[in-house]
Design a protein around this ligand. Structure first.
Ligand code: HEC
Ligand code: HEC
Ligand code: HEC
Ligand code: HEC
Length: 494
């Protein structure tokens, strides 16, 4: 016997090796099955095949119950944050100045906060803006409300392409779009019934994100870009940019067009609209040819810090969530302030309270600038009306009206955009600052003109402190019976 320790027997090492191998194998199988489960949850194998043109989102639910369940939560129209939420709050009641700024236009009659996507068809059917005019309003009004729109466009496009069987999804839609737009809203009442849904953003075969609106495809083309040649992260914003953008109805064919040819900043759009000599309506009080901005959410977002750092709309509005070990995108699109933990805390290590305070702080500052520009603009419209009462000619008012048009276009670029400036605070306050300055310039010119015409007293602004008073005033102006603004005895005004 020696005093050196006995060497372990050979079979022991082999046994250890075997145990390790079996263990590793078992562990990797377990891991693989977990990964498989996760993978399945993310890109589920379809249980049923979804038709190429399935516009009923509930049919997609069989394959993707989680996304559908979250999607259906948009039926809740009772949430509220300081400046947002899903309840249809009455903007005109909150801000009677809006009734004056939109005098003579539909938005002065009815302007409610947007609800969730599941209400899109119901809301467009009921808005007073086109109520009673469905046989006159353009079918274009349907465009951002329903996946039945691309379906109908493709149907109209079938006999306009060389071979409908080989034409791509987008080719069919583009071929049918002109005919679709040139029809009337009422023409599609029976066909367009499903609210914004799965087909609005997804290819049913692959579930990949897909663009189904001609406006965005064409706007990209005009800028020399191809909408099908963008990064995945960009797509997570561009699916929203199909609708959450500024657009207008071009020409007699009411062709839905994005005014992006000169760029997406407000100055670029102003140039575009001025070159096209475009106006949405003539203001009932100041007789100025006005442009109504829609909701340039994407354009404004693009100028902000989050776009700069590659954060997409979906990152904040469709954050990942987990359920039973499955990770998927939250399809309940809403104010991120109602879900700060998932929407912001992923990137920002601030408490929920800090995030909310920070956002509301930014929004309150933008709102303050908005209030000031609205006040200046409302008065600028009345100042021009006062000049008209004093006998000013259209020629004398040319510059004043140009300034008011430019100022209100800027104000509206910010006001119509969702999120009260949060998406790009600096750009929004810059634009509102310019709007206030331009409205002020118009008012100074009006004061000079009034003096020249013999009126040096202050203009007598009517009471517009409530929605009702402001709307009654609009009615009077539309009937050619605006009140006397020069402090004389009441007269009827042309
Ligand atoms: C960094 C996160 C973030 C990104 C990115 C982002 N948003 Fe928002 N969004 C917000 C916040 C915060 C609000 C303010 C919500 C409120 O006031 O309750 C908001 C508000 C909105 C609202 C109004 C919601 C409401 O309830 O009032 C819409 C619509 C919207 N965003 C669309 C978009 C679109 C479209 C994009 C991309 C072009 C986008 N957002 C990008 C955070 C984001
Ligand atoms: C407004 C656009 C939009 C609508 C409408 C929409 N989705 Fe999505 N969906 C997205 C985005 C954005 C993603 C994230 C995709 C990515 O990053 O690849 C996504 C992802 C998915 C995924 C991949 C897994 C996941 O959750 O990330 C599935 C499955 C899905 N959606 C199903 C649906 C179904 C079913 C509907 C209809 C009930 C629907 N989607 C409606 C935008 C939309
Ligand atoms: C097909 C057009 C369309 C697409 C695509 C679309 N939206 Fe919307 N969105 C709308 C319309 C229309 C409304 C207003 C619906 C209503 O009030 O009836 C709306 C409302 C909203 C609201 C308000 C809901 C609330 O509770 O405040 C948010 C937030 C929103 N969209 C975010 C997004 C984001 C983010 C994307 C992209 C992932 C997107 N939308 C894609 C048309 C669209
Ligand atoms: C995917 C990551 C990501 C998400 C999600 C995100 N942010 Fe950010 N946020 C950033 C980045 C990156 C910056 C730039 C500053 C930096 O680099 O730290 C930023 C900056 C900010 C700033 C400072 C802006 C400034 O100019 O002062 C605020 C405020 C902010 N985020 C709020 C939010 C809120 C609110 C949400 C949720 C609705 C949110 N963020 C979601 C990445 C994110």
């Amino acid at each position: 016997m020696t005093d050196t320790p006995a060497k372990p027997k050979r079979w022991v090492s082999w046994a250890i090796l075997l145990v390790c191998m079996v263990g590793t194998f078992a562990l990797s199988m377990l891991l693989a099955s977990v990964m498989e489960r996760r993978h399945e949850a993310t890109v589920q194998k379809p249980l049923v095949e979804i038709d190429t043109w399935e516009t009923d989102s509930s049919k997609w639910a069989v394959n993707h119950p989680r996304q559908y369940a979250q999607y259906k939560m948009m039926d809740d129209d009772n949430t509220r944050t300081q400046f947002g939420g899903s309840d249809p709050r009455d903007y005109l009641e909150e801000t009677p100045n809006l009734v004056i700024l939109f005098s003579g236009y539909g938005f002065a009659k009815d302007f409610l906060q947007a609800r969730g996507h599941t209400y899109s068809v119901e809301d467009v059917n009921h808005t007073k803006r086109i109520a009673g005019k469905h046989d006159k309003a353009a079918a274009t009004c349907w465009t951002c409300k329903s996946p039945d729109v691309p379906r109908m466009m493709a149907k109209l496009g079938e006999n306009k392409v060389a071979d409908p069987n080989t034409a791509t999804f987008q080719e069919l839609i583009l071929a049918g779009a002109p005919e679709f737009y040139s029809k009337k809203f009422a023409d599609f009442k029976d066909e367009i019934t499903h609210p914004i849904g799965c087909l609005s953003c997804h290819d049913p075969e692959t579930m990949a994100l897909r663009i189904s609106r001609p406006g965005l495809i064409e706007a990209f083309k005009n800028q020399g870009r191809d909408i099908n040649d963008v990064s995945h992260q960009e797509m997570r914003s561009l699916v929203c940019a199909q609708c959450h953008v500024e657009y207008y109805f071009k020409g007699d064919g009411k062709y839905l067009t994005f005014p992006w040819d000169d760029g997406m900043n407000v100055e670029d759009m102003e140039k575009y609209y001025d070159n096209a000599k475009f106006a949405d309506w003539t203001h009932a009080i100041s007789k100025t040819r006005m442009v109504k901005m829609q909701h340039p959410d994407y354009e404004i977002y693009m100028t902000g810090i989050h776009a700069f750092r590659g954060v997409s709309c979906a990152d904040c509005h469709m954050p990942y969530m987990t359920e039973g070990g499955a990770k998927f995108s939250d399809h309940h699109l809403q104010s991120p302030l109602l879900n700060i933990a998932n929407s912001c805390a992923v990137c920002h290590r601030w408490s929920e309270e800090e995030v909310r305070t920070r956002v509301e702080g930014i929004q309150t500052k933008v709102r303050e600038m908005r209030d000031r520009s609205e006040d200046a603009l409302a008065k600028a419209h009345f100042d021009i009306a006062a000049c008209m009462q004093a006998g000013a000619t259209d020629e004398q008012l040319l510059e004043l009206r140009q300034l008011v048009r430019a100022a209100q276009l800027r104000w509206d670029y910010v006001a119509a955009n969702n999120g009260m400036g949060f998406h790009s605070p600096q750009e929004c306050t810059r634009i509102l600052g310019v709007a206030i300055d331009m409205a002020g310039q118009s008012r100074i010119a009006a004061a000079r003109l009034l003096a020249k015409l013999g009126h040096t007293d202050p203009v007598k602004y009517p009471d517009i402190s409530t929605k009702e008073k402001a709307q009654a005033l609009n009615k009077a102006y539309i009937a050619g019976k605006g009140p006397d603004l020069l402090g004389r005895t009441p007269v009827a005004v042309k």
